[in-house]
Write a protein that binds this ligand. Structure first.
Ligand SMILES: Nc1ncnc2c1ncn2[C@@H]1O[C@H](COP(=O)(O)OP(=O)(O)OP(=O)(O)O)[C@@H](O)[C@H]1O
Length: 657
């Protein structure tokens, strides 16, 4: 398997090996021909035992044990997900970073190449490397929103040494021979270009999978004795990725080839004929050329690599011996009859592992962005030249130019950064235009009474240190004065309120001095006091409460609130009726007062009459007592108790009164 990191540009291919499941596989595992060791993860070992049989004769020098090392080895139990995670995901990551990469599956027909690369059609979890890679790449795009990614897909089929575009929509309607063939073109730098191969854009996983499905449907599939749905061609599914950061002229372009090679097969053994035989010949021949290229690449001193012998080697030229990270997946069929092919596949993989490639980051500069940048530079240089030589341009600015300048001035004026500058180049016409524009704005704002320039000027730049100190001292002085005045005002207020309280508590008129103070401290306060005075006349007991109210309300109310209250009173709609009610109230109060006096008179009269009643009762009692005593004296039978009862009765009457 290919190992690559950005700081390690050359690497060795150590192929991964996959042993498929299925009837053929189980058969060979019973014979225990293979032993797989995964102890060393970086290079696991596969051992093939070929026991001597008597049929080969008594003297038999054939090798019994074959050992091969692979970077990773998977048994038939391996899940597609595991294969993707361990083989394809690191490759996809390097493609996303900007390196070219290739994953190709090589092996005998029916050994599981298509199953590994494309996947099984029956279950979702059987998806192979291509669909999983597509999903993974689009997931990565979504996570990295800082860059702009574009994906294009191409699907090339090499059938009988001819190239066809599997994504060509005419594929279904036309015969294969009528379709335009994909041809290989080579530029002076020996880069390969494929003519008639379409690049289809895919914006999401679904679109990409649709293209894959279309291509797979168009593939050459035929039933062979070894595989019921054998793919009779080499197929190269390529994902082209371009990555660009917004505002940058640099573009990274990379491509990932996912190659499903046609399976090699022993024609004599499979006994195919006709069309299948022709196909098998082409397949075997191209695989043979591929092997030759691999051998040539593995030899250090070879100057010529025979890429042009076959189309597959031409197309995979970059993947095998150029700027590409390449991973080979070798698939083996575990049937005892296929043991020679399995050994041959392992040998091929070992040779591939000797190839060293140089991968470089495919970073280009976007020509369009370069052109735009150069145009700007030319314009700036022209302007500078004309400014230096004194050669001024006289033609008027175009509407587009004036519009662009207005936008620039707007941005400049609204930018709160004091260090921002207005760059219009060295063109005096533009400079004059911008000045005129700014002047017009300032005048407009002055007219509106808003001198923006002075308002926006930072305080720090306007005020000098001496000025700041003088203003601070002045502020301190004013603060002191205010404090003195406030304490004076408080004292005056207290005196005025005490005087008013004394006046109400004694029933006397306020001391003229106190009233004067009250008036001098605040006319509003005096007016509130006057109202309170009216209220306080209702009764002596209420006077204290009224004074208390005045005291607390007067102190609690701020000057502003008092003024507001006065204004409210003055402007209140029912003010006249309030005044009327006040008069009525005064009148009623006078009436109540006179009635009260009358009541007092009556009460004193009653008390006087009560005192008279007591005396009368006393007289009656004395009289009765006297009579009782007389009766006792005259009549000895006069009950003594009777006199006593009469006396008690009179005493009760007296108490009641
Ligand atoms: N790991 C596996 N698990 C389950 N089935 C598998 C596995 N590998 C291969 N198969 C099955 O084996 C059969 C042959 O596999 P496949 O078509 O992938 O072989 P191939 O190497 O591509 O053959 P060819 O070269 O003839 O196209 C298919 O039916 C496939 O579903």
């Amino acid at each position: 398997m290919l190992i690559h990191t950005a700081h390690m540009p050359s690497w060795t291919i150590l192929p991964a090996l996959i042993l498929p499941s299925g009837p053929q596989a189980s058969c060979l595992f019973i014979f225990q021909i293979y032993s797989v060791s995964n102890d060393d993860v970086s290079a696991s070992c596969l051992e093939i035992l070929v026991p001597h049989v008597l049929a080969d004769g008594v003297v038999n020098n054939k090798r019994e044990t074959y050992r091969f090392r692979f970077q990773q080895t998977f048994t038939q139990d391996a899940k597609q997900e595991e294969i993707f995670d361990r083989i394809a995901k690191p490759v996809a990551d390097s493609v996303l970073s900007g390196y070219n990469a290739t994953v190709f599956a090589y092996g005998q027909t029916g050994s599981g190449k298509t199953y590994t690369i494309t996947g099984g059609a029956e279950r979702y979890c059987d998806r192979g490397i291509i669909p999983r890679t597509l999903s993974y790449i689009f997931e990565q795009f979504q996570e990295d929103s800082s860059k702009v990614y574009t994906i294009h897909i191409s699907y090339l089929e090499l059938y009988n040494e001819c190239g066809y575009d599997l994504l060509d929509p005419r594929h279904e309607a036309s015969k294969l021979e009528d379709l335009p063939k994909v041809t290989i073109m080579e530029d002076p730098d020996q880069n390969i270009h494929l003519k008639n191969l379409s690049l289809q854009q895919a914006n999401n996983t679904e679109e990409a999978l649709n293209w894959l499905f279309l291509g797979d449907t168009n593939r050459m599939i035929a039933e062979t004795p070894m595989n019921q749905a054998s793919t009779r061609s080499h197929c190269i599914f390529t994902i082209h990725i371009s990555r660009k950061e917004p505002g940058s002229a640099t573009v990274r372009r990379s491509k990932l080839h996912l190659v499903d090679l046609a399976g090699s097969e022993r024609v004599a053994k499979s006994g195919v004929g006709g069309q299948l035989l022709t196909e098998a010949k082409y397949i075997n021949l191209s695989l043979h050329y591929l092997e030759q290229v691999i051998i040539a690449l593995a030899e250090k001193n070879r100057s010529h690599i025979p890429y042009r012998n076959s189309m597959i080697t031409s197309v995979l030229r970059d993947s095998l011996g150029g700027n590409c990270m390449t991973t080979m997946i070798a698939t083996l069929s575990l049937d005892k009859r296929n043991i020679d092919e399995s050994i041959s596949t392992c040998r091929f993989a070992q040779r591939v592992a000797l190839i060293k490639n140089e991968a470089i980051l495919n970073e280009d500069i976007d020509p369009q962005l370069v052109i735009t940048g150069l145009r700007k530079e030319i314009q700036a240089l022209k302007d500078e030249l004309s400014l230096i030589t004194g050669e001024q341009r006289t033609e008027d600015l175009t509407p587009a130019e004036t519009g662009a300048l207005e936008d620039k001035v707007n941005v400049f004026v609204e930018d709160r950064n004091p260090e921002s500058s207005l760059d219009v180049g060295a063109d005096m016409r533009k400079i004059h235009f911008c000045f005129a524009l700014l002047k017009r704005r300032v005048n407009e704002q002055k007219e509106q009474g808003r001198d923006v320039t002075s308002a926006e000027r930072p305080a720090s730049s306007a005020a000098k240190p001496e000025e700041v100190k003088r203003l601070r001292d002045l502020l301190q002085q004013r603060d002191n004065e205010i404090n003195i005045l406030v304490s004076m005002l408080k004292k005056e207020k207290k005196r005025a309120e005490d005087a008013i309280y004394d006046m109400h508590s004694t029933g006397a008129h306020p001391h003229p001095g106190a009233l004067d103070v009250s008036h001098s401290s605040s006319s509003l306060q005096s007016s509130v006091s006057g109202d309170a005075r009216d209220v306080s006349d209702f009764s002596r007991t209420k006077t204290r409460a009224g004074a208390h109210y005045r005291k607390t309300a007067g102190l609690a109310m701020s000057l502003g609130r008092q003024e507001a209250f006065e204004i409210f009173k003055r402007d209140y709609a029912d003010r006249v009726s309030i005044e009327d009610n006040k008069e009525l109230l005064k009148q009623r109060f006078a009436e109540a007062k006179s009635l009260g006096e009358e009541v007092n008179k009556v009460r004193s009269r009653i008390s006087k009459s009560m005192r008279y009643k007591h005396v009368s009762v006393l007289f009656v009692w004395v009289e009765v007592t006297f009579t009782s005593c007389q009766g006792l004296a005259r009549d000895t039978n006069y009950p003594f108790n009777r006199g006593r009862e009469t006396m008690e009765l009179w005493v009760k009457v007296l108490i009641t009164l």
